[in-house]
Design a protein around this ligand. Structure first.
Ligand SMILES: [Zn+2]
Length: 250
């Protein structure tokens, strides 16, 4: 989970339409929020990802559910309040179900930065305070099959890639392979890998945390720095990753 910057309410959702649709929901129970401009607006500020688990939900919007942070059956007046709507995958939406977020608050990633309340521990997300712990529990953020295994696969792939990049760099340093092509392969490979931890990428909180805390990354950075290859783009990527990453507890 990462902090999301909510975009302004879609212009199509006028005050009049909001009232009319909210009334329609109250009298018919119809899913009045299932309209394209709302879905499009929600996907826009979440980079096409679920706001809780960071899975991709943009495959023709078929996995997207309009999530009511304050539950729609309990807080009927808020069913079309833009501030109450979030983009969620079916799993997270179903898991959170009718949890009452006013009685027992959890993290709303459009308002609160998750990394202030959550941390990583061996591919599991842990609350660093009671608020974080309740969030993990309500959203089942350590669902074994769906999330923990996925994080492990991502972490493993990143570690492999970091080892490869270190080997390629070692060849360059030892003079085995000093071509510009090799230099570009190492620098661009590092950039591509780091981009997996940007907010636009799926599961970015995991990727960013793994990259920044892996000893192979420290080694690679130090080698590239001494070669003069750690350029402004790489430095900027590192800053961006620090914003996304959940703190890793060792
Ligand atoms: Zn999800």
């Amino acid at each position: 989970m990462i902090k999301l910057d909510r975009t302004p309410k879609p212009v199509e959702l006028t005050a009049e339409l909001q009232v009319a649709l909210t009334d329609e929901f109250k009298s018919t129970g119809k899913s009045v929020w299932n309209v394209d401009f709302i879905k499009k607006g929600l996907l826009g500020f979440s980079n096409d990802k679920c706001c809780y688990c960071e899975a991709n939900i943009n495959e023709e919007s078929k996995y997207l559910e309009v999530e009511h942070f304050n539950h729609k059956d309990t807080y009927k007046d808020e069913v079309l309040e833009w501030e109450n709507l979030l983009p969620s995958c079916k799993k997270c939406n179903g898991t959170k179900n009718d949890h009452d977020t006013k009685l027992e608050p959890i993290i709303d990633p459009s308002k609160i930065d998750p990394k202030n309340h959550l941390k990583y521990w061996r591919y599991r997300i842990k609350g660093s305070d009671e608020f974080g712990k309740l969030t993990v529990s309500v959203l089942k953020l350590n669902d074994q099959d769906r999330l923990v295994k996925k994080r492990f696969e991502i972490g493993n792939a990143i570690q492999e890639k970091l080892e490869q990049l270190n080997e390629l760099t070692d060849d360059y340093i030892s003079g085995v392979q000093t071509s510009t092509r090799r230099k570009n392969r190492v620098v661009n490979g590092t950039k591509d890998l780091m981009k997996e931890g940007l907010p636009t990428a799926i599961y970015s909180a995991t990727s960013a945390a793994v990259i920044l805390t892996d000893t192979e990354f420290e080694a690679l950075k130090s080698k590239l720095t001494s070669l003069g290859f750690w350029d402004a783009e790489l430095a900027q990527l590192e800053i961006e990753l620090n914003k996304t990453a959940l703190k890793l507890e060792k």
